[in-house]
Design a binder for this molecule. Structure first.
Ligand code: ADP
Ligand code: GN1
Ligand code: MG
Length: 345
């Protein structure tokens, strides 16, 4: 599904409701797949990010509550984060993070290490968040067996008649079903603890500063879960040699040197991890990437209703890159385990 269109009047009314009456330009911004995001220029020169929350996906009232709590808690600790300027559901306004950039593919090893350090710090910063527990804003978000169930439902319904064309992709998933419950099972048994984690650690959800003091953004899915959800999803994009929607699969693989930088940056900051978590660090990269591929495939079968897409077949292209990344990580599994050991002691 493409993003929704808005009239200038709708955008002006949203801005006015949050106290901005001097906008000179409001234009689409970024490459997020969920919300509708705009950059706002004003006469005074102050810039903002205007977002309309995707209400097909989020309960806007619960989301506002989580976002407010997380941003205020980080602010109380002096941690630089998203600054909420206005929040009038389903619209919200953030201060524009001036001097920062975001990228869709990692540029170099140093950047990968800094991104991992930023997410480790984020988990540390939220470790002592006072009760009540944050809302499960999307239930079973990284419950991979539940993602399999959703795929099976989409296959059974086959609303767009696409099932026959994805037999190879479904076989790829079938060959890996058995491993899908490992993290949720370890959580159920208590071996892996619940922590407040980000859950959407893709590279363009970190704003990069020239000095490496990066800021974690897109806090919509910050909620209780496993630290491994964050590390695994980080590997998915931040070890990738190419973009999530690269069509030339020969360019898509997981770069060992980026993976090593991620492990180094993350483990230097995430001192709280227990043995069960450490033992599954490399596995989490494969699992979270497989899960994301399953989600893109499911959305393709459902007729592209969840993720923003720009062309027919976009979700299938994304599914292919994710599965290629999984294969690449499987091929390098022994080396990746050795890297984790090297930095775990
Ligand atoms: P989505 O949930 O759709 O992914 P995001 O919150 O990630 O939306 O925002 C989309 C993009 O907009 C980000 O990847 C980033 O490039 C940009 N962006 C978001 N918030 C800010 C901000 N406060 N300052 C500057 N850029 C931002
Ligand atoms: C979405 O919102 P965005 O574009 O940062 C999705 C993630 C996926 C990602 C795949 C709330 O992230 O879970 O991993 O797309 N966010 C939600 O690119 O579903
Ligand atoms: Mg985002």
């Amino acid at each position: 599904m493409g993003s929704r269109n808005y009239t200038p009047e709708e955008l002006s009314a949203a801005l006015a409701s949050m106290g901005v009456a001097d906008a000179t330009d409001v234009s689409r911004y970024g490459s997020g797949h969920i919300n509708d995001t705009f950059k706002v220029e004003t006469k005074s020169g102050v810039r903002y990010i205007l977002q309309r929350v995707n209400t097909d996906i989020f309960d806007p009232v619960l989301l506002k509550s989580n976002i407010t709590r997380v941003t205020e808690f980080l602010k109380s600790k002096g941690v630089k984060s998203l600054e909420v300027v206005g929040y009038e559901n389903p619209w919200r306004l953030y201060a524009f993070l001036e001097g920062y950039t975001s990228v869709d593919v990692v540029t170099d090893v140093r950047e990968a290490e800094q991104v991992a350090a930023a997410f480790a710090k984020f988990q540390n910063d939220l470790a002592d968040m006072p009760p009540p527990r944050l809302e499960d804003i999307i239930k079973r978000f990284h419950d991979t067996p539940d993602r399999l169930r959703q795929l099976d439902e989409a296959v059974a319904a086959d609303v767009k008649g696409r099932k026959a064309s994805v037999a190879k992709e479904l076989a790829f998933v079938d060959a890996r079903r058995a491993q899908c419950s490992r993290i949720v099972d370890l959580m159920k048994s208590g071996a892996i603890p619940e922590r407040v984690v980000h859950q959407d650690t893709k590279i363009n959800n970190v704003m990069l500063a020239p000095d490496g003091t990066n800021v974690v953004i897109d806090l919509d899915t910050t909620m209780p879960g496993s630290a491994l959800y964050d590390f695994g999803d980080m590997v998915r994009t931040s070890s990738a040699a190419a973009a999530e929607d690269e069509k030339d699969l020969s360019k898509v693989y997981s770069k060992k040197e980026y993976f090593e930088a991620l492990v180094k940056g993350y483990l230097a900051g995430a001192k709280f991890l227990n043995e069960a978590e450490k033992a599954n660090i490399a596995f989490s990269g494969r699992l979270l990437t497989l899960e994301c591929g399953i989600r893109f495939l499911t959305d393709y079968l459902n007729g592209d209703t969840y993720f923003h897409t720009s062309y027919a077949g976009h979700n299938l292209v994304r599914c292919h890159t994710q599965f290629k990344m999984v294969e690449s990580m499987e091929e390098q599994a022994a080396e990746y385990e050795a890297i984790v050991k090297k930095y775990s002691s």
